[in-house]
Design a protein around this ligand. Sequence first.
Ligand SMILES: *[C@@H]1O[C@H](CO)[C@@H](O)[C@H](O)[C@H]1NC(C)=O
Ligand SMILES: *[C@@H]1O[C@H](CO)[C@@H](O)[C@H](O)[C@H]1NC(C)=O
Ligand SMILES: *[C@@H]1O[C@H](CO)[C@@H](O)[C@H](O)[C@H]1NC(C)=O
Ligand SMILES: *[C@@H]1O[C@H](CO)[C@@H](O)[C@H](O)[C@H]1NC(C)=O
Ligand SMILES: *[C@@H]1O[C@H](CO)[C@@H](O)[C@H](O)[C@H]1NC(C)=O
Length: 522
Amino acid sequence: MALKQIALLFACFAIVAAENPYRFFNWNITYGTIYPLGVPQQFPGPDIYSVTNDNIIVNVFNSLDEPFLIHWNGVQNRRNSYEDGVYGTTCPIPPGKNFTYILQMKDQIGSFFYFPSLAFHKSAGGFGSIKILSRPLIPVPFDPPTDDFSLLIGDWYKSNHTALKKILDNGKKLPFPDGILINGRGPNVTSFTIQQGKTYRLRICNVGLQNSLNFRIQGHKMKVVEVEGTHTMQISYSSLDIHLGQCMSVLVTGDQPPQDYYVVVSTRFTTPVLTTTGFLRYANSNKKASGPLPGGPTTQIDWSLNQARSIRTNLTASGPRPNPQGSYHYGMIPTVRTIRLASSAGQVNGKQRYAINSVSFVPADTPLKVADFFQISGVFRVGSISYTPSGGGIFLDTSVMGVDYRTFIEIVFENSEDIKEYRGAEYDTRQWTEASRNQYNLRDAVSRSTVQVYPKSWSAIYIALDNVGMWNLRSEYWARQYLGQQFYLRVYTTSTSLRDEYPIPKNALLCGRAKGRHTRPF
Ligand SMILES: *[C@@H]1O[C@H](CO)[C@@H](O)[C@H](O)[C@H]1NC(C)=O
Ligand SMILES: *[C@@H]1O[C@H](CO)[C@@H](O)[C@H](O)[C@H]1NC(C)=O
Ligand SMILES: *[C@@H]1O[C@H](CO)[C@@H](O)[C@H](O)[C@H]1NC(C)=O
Ligand SMILES: *[C@@H]1O[C@H](CO)[C@@H](O)[C@H](O)[C@H]1NC(C)=O
Ligand SMILES: *[C@@H]1O[C@H](CO)[C@@H](O)[C@H](O)[C@H]1NC(C)=O
C-alpha cells in the first residue's frame, strides 16, 4: 500500500559564481504527493551548501493555497532578525507571491536545517539541510571526508498537516506518530554508498515533531566531530541520541567487510518504540544486510544524559575563525541576569495549551519585529512574560521578554526549547537550585542552538546577547510550540547604528497593521 502524504516540493537552481560569496536559490513551494513507502520524489528540499560568510539569496515562490514562511534553524541572521522566517519577525508570503530571503552565514560553520514555520506545515516536509563549511585557510580538526551526506530523520504522521492542525485547533493532543522517516522515505528505502577504507561525514538532524531519536549503524562506530557549529572532542560512539531540532556531524569509516549494513533509527523514551531502517552500502558489496538490527540504549535518561555530558568542545580546534574555540572563556564572564523558564501544560477555555512561566503565546496581528520597527503600539508588551516562574495558572498573551544587548545571561530551563545561540553548561535530573551552579561545566560545554531538557529535569545555559533583534525561543515539540510554548526575546539597544542592527529589508512584505507603510526612507 502506498501511503499518501502531501509534501512541500522544491524546484531549485543555484548559481554559484566562483570568486563571489553569493549563492542564489529559486524555490517554488508546491504541494506534491509523495509515497514514503515507494516512489522517490524530490523530498526533502535541496541542501544549502555554503562557506562561512557566504551570502545566501533564496527567492521563495509560494504556490500553496496558504501563507508560508521558511525558518533557518541555527542560522544566526546576525543583526537581521527580519530574515528569520518566523511569524514574530517576518510577514508570511501570501499564496501566489514570493519573498527573497537575504541571509549571511556570518562567522558560522556547521550543520543546521531549514523548515516551514507556519501552521503545521513542518509535518508535511519542506525541510532541508544547511551545511556551512570552513573558509579554505581555516584549519578543520579532521581530514576532508570523501563525501558529506545529509540524514534528516524524524517521526512522521500519515495524517496530513491540515488534519493535524485541526486536532490541535480543536484543543486536543496529537496521537502517537505512525513511523520514522529518513530523508523523507519509509523503511528500507534510504541508502548511502561508501568505498572501503574511506571516511565519510554524515550530518544527522532530527527534523521530527515529537520524539528524541537514537541513531546507529550496524558494525560501525561513529566519531562525533561537530554539533551545530562547535568542533567537538572526537569520541566514537556505537549509538547517538539526537533530540528534536538538533544536528550533529559524525565521521564513519568503511572499515568492515564489504557488504550492506543496517542504519537504524528508533524513538527514545516512548512505549512502544518506533523503529525504521535504511542501509549503508559498500560500493563493492554483493551481500545484503543481515543479522539482528543493532540494539539501541535500553536505559532511559541516565544513558542519554551521560552521553550529552561527554560531548565537549575541542578547545584547541578552530571554529569559524582561525583562533581556537577555547579562547572564549565563557565560564569567567559575569552574568547580569538569571532567567528561569518553567514549562507547563493545561487547559485554557477547555482547550489544550502549553506555556512558559504560565504564559501561553498567542501570535499578534502584526509581526512583532515589524511593529517594533514602525513603532506601532499595542501589538506587544515587553515584560508580558516574567523572568522567573510565577506559579500561577496558564493564561494567553503575546509574550515578549526584554533583555539588553551586549550582556551575558544565564537561562535555566526547568523542564525542550530552542534558542538562537547558547553554550550549554549542564543538564540534570534534579530540581535546580543556586547550588546547582557548582556542577556546571564552565570550561568546554558545547555551544549549539537547541538544548534538550529531560523529563522532570533542568538544563542550564549561558548566552552572550550579541545579536540585536527579536528572537523566537520555543519548544521544538512542534505541537507544544503551536499551542503556545514559545515567546520572543527582544535583544535591545538604544543605538540605531548599522553596526548593531540592519534596518528592515527593502523588499520586506508588510502585513497586519504595518500594511501600506514604507520600508524606506529613513
Ligand atoms: C510553481 O510550480 C507550479 C506547479 O508546477 C506552477 O504552476 C507555477 O507556475 C510555478 N511557479 C513558478 C514561479 O515557477
Ligand atoms: C519576487 O521575485 C522577483 C524576481 O522574480 C524579485 O525581483 C522580487 O524582489 C521578489 N520579491 C520579493 C518581495 O522579494
Ligand atoms: C582537537 O583539535 C586539535 C586541533 O585541530 C586536534 O589536533 C586534536 O586531535 C583534536 N582533539 C580531539 C580529541 O578531537
Ligand atoms: C487532509 O486530510 C483530510 C482528512 O483526512 C482530507 O479531508 C483533506 O482533503 C486532506 N488535505 C489535503 C490538502 O490533502
Ligand atoms: C526492512 O528490511 C528488513 C531486513 O531485510 C526486514 O526485516 C524488514 O521487515 C523490512 N521492513 C519493511 C517495513 O519492509
